[in-house]
Each structure stands twice: as structure tokens, then as C-alpha cells.
Design a protein around this ligand. Structure first.
Ligand code: URA
Length: 247
């Protein structure tokens, strides 16, 4: 903050606007390709006021993008992808119509998994949602084959060595047994591929149904499969605050 204004480093601004990475932005600056208010800036670390300063790269004005933050209930049997799939499988594109911004999923769900996906064009937020360093908990409700015993839950709490390293949930809880299957709640703050399925199978149980019900403070709530909505301003603020971002 300077005189009540929030100043942002030029390289960071260019990366926030999706022009390029911060490192590449520094190269652009050193090459004299960046102007602020009509004047070429070659100083790394230069700060700008995004509300007032006009930034250009190669003569093209760079505008702060309008960010969208979307919560989607991905139904089972949709790919977490935005284009068309080669084999005719349905993708998120079939669900997200009328969104002009190029939003991307912050994390993925398997084809046969369902539940909460966050999509945004705010790259910084998306990175922080996905990166284990920021420890954002992702909560899953998982139906598994067989009766999961109390002692198995206790072992799960201690974690397990999987083929790509140790995995330890933040929380595991048995919700109920039903005939020969069990419903458990499991929370991981990391997003390694098939982490829940691989973790549960390490303990001899196969996942029958997997549903992500929350990412950090954001829950599916009343959304039905296939529905989406924009996050409320309050929800975005909460998320950013938790992830150590400026609000
Ligand atoms: N863990 C899984 O195994 N699959 C998912 O889709 C998400 C987490």
C-alpha cells in the first residue's frame, strides 16, 4: 500500500493478467517491450497501480481480466476437461454453456467420480487451491465395498505408503455400514491422481462411489448434478483469505 493505493509489481501484474509468467515478464521488461503510461520501463521490481496505470506490452494495452469463480457439481461419467473428447465422452463443456471467460478447473475428479469442482480464470487462486503447500482440505464421501472396521479407520488415520509416496488424510471417519458396504468421510489436502481410490484400496477396500462435497470452506450445498453457479463474493473472499491472497 502506498498512500492508500495497492501497488503491484509489474511482473506480477502481467502474470495475473495472463500475459505470461513472472519470469518471462521480467524478460519482456528487460527487452524494453513494456510501457507504463506511455513510458518504457526497464526496471525490474517496478510497481504499478492497477486501477490507474496503463500498461502496454508490444504496444497492446493489458487490461485487468474480469475474474469468474464457478462452483460446479460434476456428475458421474463426465471428463474433467473442457474441449470435446475424442471418444465421444461428455466433458465439462457440455455443462458450462454461456460462460464467455476461459475458466479452468482447479483440480480434477475422475470420470466416474462426482461432486464439487471449482473453475476460474484466476490462475493464482487456482494454483493455490491445487498446491499441497497451501493445505486446502478437500472432503470426500466414499462408498466402499465391505465393512470398514474401526481398527482399519485407525490405521487409515496413520497414513499409508503408496507407489508414489506416503499419503496421510487430514481426517477419516466412518459414517455408516449398509449390508456389505461402508460410507466413509475422508479429507485430503493434496490432489495426487486417484489418491482416494488408491489409499482406500491399500486397506483392502474398493471404492464404489466417490463424491467430493467440499473444497476448503466451499461446499456443494443444494447444487444438483450438472448444476453450477458463480461463487458469492463472500465465498471468494473466504477462500482467498485462507490461501493467503490479497482480498
Ligand atoms: N481421489 C480419487 O481417487 N479420485 C478423484 O476423482 C478424486 C480424488
Amino acid at each position: 500500500m502506498e498512500g492508500g493505493k495497492v501497488l503491484v509489481r509489474l511482473n506480477r501484474y502481467l502474470s495475473l493478467c495472463g500475459v505470461t509468467s513472472r519470469r518471462k515478464a521480467d524478460e519482456h521488461i528487460l527487452q524494453g517491450r513494456v510501457k507504463v503510461n506511455g513510458i518504457t520501463v526497464k526496471e525490474l521490481g517496478w510497481r504499478i497501480d492497477p486501477e490507474r496505470d496503463v500498461v502496454e506490452v508490444d504496444g497492446r494495452e493489458i487490461k485487468k481480466p474480469k475474474y469468474r469463480y464457478i462452483i460446479l457439481y460434476k456428475p458421474c461419467c463426465y471428463l474433467t476437461a473442457l474441449g470435446k473428447s475424442k471418444d465421444g465422452k461428455k466433458t465439462l463443456q457440455d455443462l458450462l454453456k454461456d460462460i464467455p471467460e476461459r475458466v479452468y478447473p482447479a483440480g480434477r475428479l475422475d470420470y466416474n467420480a462426482e461432486g464439487l469442482l471449482l473453475l476460474t480464470n484466476d490462475g493464482e487462486l487456482a494454483n493455490r487451491i491445487m498446491h499441497p503447500r497451501y493445505k486446502l482440505p478437500k472432503t470426500y464421501l466414499v462408498w466402499v465395498q465391505g465393512r470398514v472396521e474401526g481398527k482399519t479407520i485407525e490405521s487409515m488415520k496413520k497414513g499409508a505408503m503408496l507407489e508414489d509416496g506416503f499419503a496421510k488424510p487430514d481426517k477419516v471417519k466412518l459414517i455408516k455400514h449398509e449390508k456389505d458396504k461402508s460410507l466413509i468421510e475422508i479429507v485430503f489436502h493434496e490432489g495426487r491422481k486417484h489418491i482416494v481410490k488408491r489409499f482406500v484400496s491399500h486397506f483392502g477396500h474398493r471404492v464404489i462411489k466417490l463424491k467430493r462435497v467440499a473444497i476448503g470452506p466451499i461446499s456443494l450445498g443444494k447444487l444438483r448434478p450438472g448444476q453450477w453457479r458463480d461463487l458469492k463474493e463472500e465465498e471468494v473472499k473466504k477462500l482467498k483469505k485462507l490461501l493467503g491472497m490479497e482480498v
